[in-house]
Design a protein around this ligand. Structure first.
Ligand SMILES: [Zn+2]
Length: 199
């Protein structure tokens, strides 16, 4: 059977390990690259290699970092009395874009999912409890996603954190700005009513 040169076969095989990339898509991507200037291919290869060598989890919060501690944990301007708990590092980027939050973060690296075999020990929960027990933290904001797994994770964390005497809050769930009530599903609408406040 005719096959591509080994370098091409290897590249295709590597790409198919990525989520959502099948052999055909991988093949198309490789052919695209083979037609691109060599410099561009090397830049891409370097960028991927750097992911292995130049990115580490922050020792404190688990955020992606170039240093041992991420810039947020290292900043003297952040409020150490508040920790916002998120599922993944990209949630931090989303919250930072709002410029509304001045506290610290804690990345769980996932959410509880019994169906996928993800239990409390698979997440960075012990590390969170250690940070809270260290004493400076007054409030923990649970900002896991507002889906069933995120809710279950928030509930579990609430049970673990409450006995430590810290204030535990959950981000408000509600109606997206710019939408109308008739287009909002009933769970979201119910949560929005539940989370109502004085105006
Ligand atoms: Zn950090």
């Amino acid at each position: 059977m005719y096959r591509y040169p080994p370098a091409v076969e290897r590249a295709i095989e590597s790409l198919t390990k990525l989520p959502g990339i099948g052999p055909r898509t991988a093949e198309r991507m490789i052919f695209f690259l083979l037609k691109a200037p060599k410099g561009e291919i090397r830049t891409l290869a370097q960028a991927i290699g750097d992911l292995a060598d130049k990115v580490v989890p922050c020792v404190t919060c688990g955020n992606l970092s170039a240093e041992k501690r991420c810039p947020i944990c290292s900043s003297p301007r952040r409020d150490e009395s508040v920790i916002c708990v998120v599922g993944e590092p990209n949630d931090i980027v989303a919250i930072e874009k709002t410029s509304e939050y001045q506290g610290l973060y804690h990345v769980l690296s996932g959410t509880l999912s019994p169906l996928e075999g993800v239990g409390p020990d698979d997440l960075r929960i012990t590390e969170l409890l250690h940070r809270v027990k260290a004493g400076k933290v007054k409030e923990v904001i649970l900002a896991t996603n507002p889906n069933s797994e995120g809710e279950a994770t928030a509930l579990y964390l609430d049970q673990q954190l409450k006995p430590l005497g810290v204030r535990v809050t959950r981000i408000a769930r509600g109606i997206p700005v710019g939408s109308s009530l008739e287009h909002v599903d009933e769970v979201t609408l119910a949560k929005a009513l539940e989370g109502r406040r004085e105006i």
